[in-house]
Design a protein around this ligand. Structure first.
Ligand code: GLY
Length: 307
């Protein structure tokens, strides 16, 4: 049955307020979000699959240094980058995820290859990069992901012995959810994680059920925020389960789950799309980089008082 296609993206949530943004940064972020929407829109408007659309949109955000994914990823304590990503197809519950990736240019592209070209769901660290090389995915030096702004954040964290939340009170993880014209949903999420992470720390983004989930019987979800709390709540799967099994409305389910995250002391947000075409944002932070596209047009927003 033909559906109206829909696309929703995020580029991170957190203490994003007008007073903390320069006009240039505001403009660059909005332009980056719009480019990502255009990439996904090109797939969906042409009758393409939701899975292709979310991967295309997230790949554009990975290439944009304004977001904490791909180039522009935060630094680990050891001054390297370890990237995480996942994708899920709601029509089959097929999923692919990677963590600790250090030389593969597109972590979301690699997660997609895990879904399509491997018998597994989740690959990690050197093994994930080795699989990427075997699949012919583009490799880069780890320094490709570095930017001066991210290095300064790590230096502040180390110099002042503060937490990642204090040096960059923003979780710049990127993600996308889509509904295609065939009525199928998909989700993708990609991140550099948290500034100064160490000991092989893994956040929610590559964990199917925490940062990403898609199920044609409920919705597709991508999350951004303080990963530890999102893992503990199992955010993305919990939202789908509330819709599918408890009959909650998508907005009620998303709000209730984000309230649970807040109750544990966590901040961030989620984006959702349902097979019926409902698109939803829910965040408990001051702002969230976000955007939506459909046959009626595209729009992007940053602050909580924007529609
Ligand atoms: N939400 C991204 C992370 O915690 O790594």
């Amino acid at each position: 049955m033909a559906s109206d296609w829909k696309l929703v993206i995020h580029g991170g949530a957190g203490g994003i307020e007008r007073k903390s943004m320069t006009p240039d940064k505001d403009r660059e972020v909005r332009a980056g979000l719009d480019r990502a929407l255009q990439a996904g829109e090109q797939v969906l408007a042409g009758g393409g699959r939701a899975l292709d659309a979310v991967a295309a949109a997230v790949c554009v955000l990975e290439d944009d240094p304004n977001f904490n994914a791909g180039r522009g990823s935060v630094f680990t304590w050891d001054e390297t980058h370890e990237l995480d990503a996942s994708v899920m197809d709601g029509s089959t519950l097929a999923a692919g995820a990677v963590t600790g990736v250090s030389t593969t240019k597109s972590a979301v592209g690699l997660a997609r290859a895990v879904l399509e070209k491997s018998p597994h769901v989740f690959l990690s660290h050197e093994g994930a990069d080795r699989f990427a090389r075997e699949q012919g995915l583009e490799q880069v030096a780890n320094s490709y992901f570095s930017t001066p702004e991210r290095r300064q954040q790590l230096e502040r964290l180390k110099a002042h012995k503060v937490s990642a939340l204090e040096v960059e009170y923003k979780f710049g993880t990127v993600g996308a959810v889509a509904l295609d014209a065939s009525g199928h949903v998909a989700a993708a999420t990609s991140t550099g994680g948290m500034t100064g992470k160490r000991w092989g720390r893994i956040g929610d983004s590559p964990i199917i059920g925490a940062g990403t989930y898609a199920d044609d019987r409920a919705c597709a979800v991508s999350a951004t925020g303080h990963g530890e709390h999102f893992i503990r709540v199992g955010v993305a799967h919990e939202i789908c389960a509330r819709i599918r099994l408890a009959g909650q409305s998508p907005q009620a389910a998303a709000d209730a789950v984000m309230a649970e995250v807040k109750g544990l002391g966590g901040e961030g947000g989620v984006i959702l799309v349902t097979p019926g075409g409902k698109t939803i944002y829910a965040f408990n932070s001051a702002g969230m980089y976000r955007g939506t596209a459909s046959a009626s047009g595209r729009s992007v927003a940053i602050y909580s008082d924007e529609r």
